[in-house]
Design a protein around this ligand. Structure first.
Ligand code: PMP
Length: 368
């Protein structure tokens, strides 16, 4: 008898996670390279201190103040469309990973299906596995865009309860046009399914691609997932959230653990939201840095996927592992992820990107 008595389908599986290595230039998990200022850290510390005085009590289960602040933040993306997001439409959890797991707990399960379109975020099938939901994968086109007709046909054939669509996509950086989201929302809604647009990287999108939030008033089955881990420079705070019809939130309340969001997390996230202009202040610099590295990699003769995110997928390498290791030997950590032959680099500071370019130049010049 094998010990421990883990579920048969989990036996021998590796836990998900990028290597956490102590190297000088870490460009592998799409974090914001700019941490909070001293003033912001002081404000977070003061808020956490205040929360600490009541740590004998459970936190606000409904995290009302935080939902109000998140709704106000989201409404910046919807004012142009003439409406606001209300706190009744907002729900938060410990990272958007937890938000999406809760969605699968409430809307997936045995006898139900979830799907996405590969190459995409590799945690999605894990949410399905962990909730005993059947998982179906469609495929993206050669240039990583979504063939909307093929996607619609797959959705109509499989009728997934939940469709997970990241925009921009990880690891390719590809954003979805709003008309594609609308078509797929209608296809999913026709039989009662949900469409989740995962906007983890949305703040980095290029001009002219609106957020899927604009479609909320017209599509009850749309869920927009967000996170403070990326543009908001709060990966360590673990705060993800979604906007959706309040009836969808009621379903999530049934499956969420009691008091899932600690008082410390709520206090830290609220303080960070008060510093939104500072924490988001480097987003434009990061977008420029991204566009520069795309141009530079192409000038080296490499293939590069167009990116609306704070990372770039590039290749193709006959032996990507060898290239990844050679960069690591130069102190630069990128991510070995995505289709065979490609690597992903997160956008760092100008100094980190210079180190990445130098290391890449050196490795490309070395005969294999
Ligand atoms: N969605 C996508 C597309 C991601 O790439 C990530 C993080 N890598 C997440 C969601 C989850 O991030 P978090 O749990 O930190 O919000």
């Amino acid at each position: 008898m094998d010990f421990p008595p883990i579920r048969e389908e989990l036996r021998g599986l590796e836990p998900y996670g990028a290597p956490q290595l102590d190297v000088p230039v870490q460009l592998n998990t799409n974090e914001n390279p700019y941490g909070p200022s001293e003033a912001c850290a002081d404000d977070i510390a003061a808020s956490v201190r205040e929360a600490a005085l009541t740590l004998n009590r459970y936190p606000d289960r409904e995290h009302v103040a935080l939902r109000e602040a998140l709704a106000a933040y989201l409404s910046r993306d919807t004012v142009a469309a003439g409406f606001s997001i209300t706190p009744e439409q907002v729900w938060a959890a410990n990272g958007s990973n937890e938000v999406m797991l809760q969605l699968l707990q409430a809307f997936g399960g045995p006898g139900r299906t979830a799907c996405s379109f590969a190459p995409t975020y590799s945690m999605y099938p894990e949410y399905a596995r962990d909730t005993l939901t059947r998982w179906v994968t469609g495929h993206r086109a050669e240039d990583f865009s979504l063939d909307v007709d093929a996607a619609r046909e797959l959705i109509e054939a499989e009728q997934p309860s939940v469709v997970l669509l990241p925009s921009p996509n990880n690891p390719t950086g590809t954003a979805l046009p709003p008309d594609a989201i609308e078509v797929l929302c209608k296809a999913t809604g026709a039989y009662g399914g949900l469409l989740v647009v995962d906007e983890a990287y949305t703040e980095f999108r290029r001009e002219g691609t609106p957020s899927a939030l604009e479609l909320l008033p017209t599509h009850r089955n749309l869920v927009v997932s967000r996170t403070m881990s990326k543009a908001f420079a709060l990966a360590g705070g673990r705060l993800g959230y979604l906007a959706a019809d309040p009836a969808i939130l009621d379903a999530i309340r049934v499956v969420r653990l009691p008091y899932h969001l600690s008082s410390v997390t709520q206090a830290a996230a609220l303080a960070a939201l008060r510093h939104a202009p500072e924490l988001l202040g480097k987003v434009d610099d990061l977008r420029r840095e991204r566009d520069d590295v795309v141009t530079w990699l192409r000038a080296q003769g490499l293939e590069v996927a167009d990116s609306d995110a704070n990372f770039v997928l590039y290749g193709r390498f006959e032996d990507r592992h060898a290239h990844w290791e050679a960069l690591l030997a130069h102190g630069v950590l990128v991510r070995e992820v995505g289709p065979a032959g490609w690597l992903r680099v997160s956008i760092g500071t100008p100094e980190e990107m210079a180190a990445f370019r130098d290391a890449t130049t050196a490795v490309l010049a070395t005969p294999a």
